[in-house]
Design a protein around this ligand. Structure first.
Ligand code: PLP
Ligand code: ZN
Length: 499
């Protein structure tokens, strides 16, 4: 498809279709050593620390005025080039070395931002929105990072730098669903294997990698145990690691912030962005994204960031409880069962990233602008159900964000003059197992959740009092009997609905 550049303003034309002009490299967060992206690398070979991707040509980004960038991104919305329809609309900030031919696009990104229902906003006490990242192809935000990671692998394959790729990941459910989906799209070029904590992912999440044809291994224990096995595998064998330890995942997930900036017309004043924290890849990416747009002059102020953790898996919250920076010490926690199961992680691999980026974010903001709050399991579940009863489609982690907003408002971290944007990180149906347990009052004690009758909703079977008047697939009723049946059932429903 040829793009007719004449249709676009003259100042936009040279920039409309991005060229692979970036020069990306890995930098270690521990010792600052730099490495080529042509090697598969997930930790620093010298000090074993995690890495982040940087662009040697990033200084060129500031040569274009922020207001022109805004126009470029707005006009790119009109393009019909698949590679630029998803997260790579922000190509120069996301994977600037990738030619469009290496980019995978399965419909990820540009998820809707939905204003919370008026009833819900009144209940909570301020204006807020949900960004529905559950409306990504595998129904969670992980698709953003996976589009980036798999595009980077396709790029290496296209250049004959790697072949016969075996991709592995450990997962609380959504990473494996996304990894298996994107890998399967590349067909025979890549095989994927996923490790899941046995019994600790929902049935919907388990069905996803199985359906995509990945090898699925269930491991006893919790996510943190699976992660150790995957780390061992990736240090011993030539496999591609698709966990958020992979810096390409972080890079792709930065698109979430770019979209928020664009959705709110590049004005981040009095905005508060709330995300749940598990392995802490997402909050790292979200902060990094805003920092990059701020540096390029695309946004003038940085939004407030609030990371939320459940009482049952709160190592990041615990770390920041100590106000004196020099005295903070990271201690992994043993997780307890959590309905925010996708975030049930006691030893987040991106903790060094969080520490470094939070510091930079606060410094750039010139005041504390990143906050961490802790919420109860009960509040996560009750707020998720409340949100969904008011027209939303949020998962339990999105419920965690809302519980976090309420807590932050209560603690004075957020005021009523601000506008919050909450991450509904996955679709509600992925976590319907927990809704089901709640509605059936069968949530195991270890979750510490008492189902509140005012949220419970159960189907009611409405049948005929006369056993001979019940239709089934095998026994069709006579015309007369069926009419009686319809009348009786309608009567019962009408009575129930007080019609
Ligand atoms: C992975 C995940 C999280 C946690 O994100 P991290 O990057 O691990 O902090 C939250 N919610 C959902 C639905 C997820 O899949
Ligand atoms: Zn290092």
């Amino acid at each position: 498809m040829k793009t007719n550049l004449d249709l676009f303003p003259e100042e936009i034309r040279p920039y409309l279709i991005p060229k692979p002009e970036g020069e990306l490299f890995y930098r270690c967060l521990g010792c600052s050593a730099e490495f080529s992206i042509e090697k598969l690398l997930y930790v620093c070979p010298h000090c074993n620390q995690v890495l982040l991707l940087h662009d040697r040509n990033a200084h060129n980004l500031t040569k274009i005025p922020g207001t022109l960038w805004q126009k470029i991104f707005d006009y790119r919305k009109i393009l019909k080039i698949p590679a630029l329809k998803g997260i790579y609309r922000y190509h120069e900030f996301i994977g600037s070395c990738l030619p469009l031919s290496s980019i995978l696009y399965l419909g990820e990104g540009h998820t809707p931002v939905i204003e919370a229902s008026i009833h819900l906003q009144e209940k909570v006490g301020l204006k807020f929105f949900y960004k529905n990242d559950g409306q990504n192809p595998s129904a969670s935000f992980k698709d953003r990072g996976m589009a980036s990671a798999l595009s980077s692998i396709k790029y290496l394959i296209d250049q004959n730098l790697v072949s016969d790729v075996i991709a592995v990941c450990a997962s609380t459910g959504d990473t494996s669903a996304a990894a298996a989906l994107y890998a399967s799209y590349l067909g025979p070029l890549i095989k994927s294997a996923v490790l899941l904590p046995h019994g600790k992912v929902t049935s919907q999440q388990l069905s996803q990698p199985l359906g995509s044809g990945a090898k699925v291994f269930e491991i006893p224990g919790v996510f943190d145990d699976c992660m150790k096995i995957v780390e061992h595998l990736s240090s011993q064998y030539p496999v591609v690691l698709l966990n958020s330890k992979n810096p390409w995942r972080i890079l792709g997930q930065e698109s979430y912030s770019y979209e928020i900036a664009q959705d709110f017309d590049w004005d981040m004043t009095d905005k508060v962005v709330i995300v749940p924290i598990g392995n802490a890849g997402n909050i790292s990416a979200v902060m990094n994204g805003f920092l990059k747009f701020h540096k390029a002059g695309i946004i003038e102020s940085l939004p407030k960031i609030i990371g939320v953790q459940s009482q049952h898996a709160d190592p990041v919250y615990q770390y920041y409880l100590e106000p004196d920076k020099t005295k903070r010490k990271f201690i992994p926690v043993d997780t307890r069962p959590s309905v925010a199961q996708a975030a049930m992680i006691g030893n987040p691999v991106s903790m060094p990233r969080v520490i470094e980026i939070t510091d930079k974010y606060d410094k750039t903001s010139k005041h504390q602008n990143v906050f961490f709050v802790q919420v109860t399991e009960q509040s996560i579940m009750d707020w998720q159900l409340t949100a969904n009863k008011n027209g939303h489609i949020t998962c339990t982690q999105g419920g965690e964000c809302l519980a976090g907003l309420v807590k932050a408002l209560d603690q004075g971290i957020v005021s009523q003059n601000e506008t919050a944007i909450l991450d509904a990180t996955a679709h509600a149906i992925k976590f319907s197992d927990f809704q089901d347990l709640y509605f059936k009052k069968r949530i195991p004690d270890a979750y510490h959740i008492q189902p509140d009758p005012k949220y419970i909703n159960q189907p009611q079977l409405v049948s005929s009092d006369d056993p001979n008047l019940v239709p089934s697939q095998e026994n069709r009723l006579s015309k007369k009997d069926f009419q009686d049946f319809v009348q009786e059932i309608s009567g019962k429903i009408a009575k129930n609905l007080h019609l």
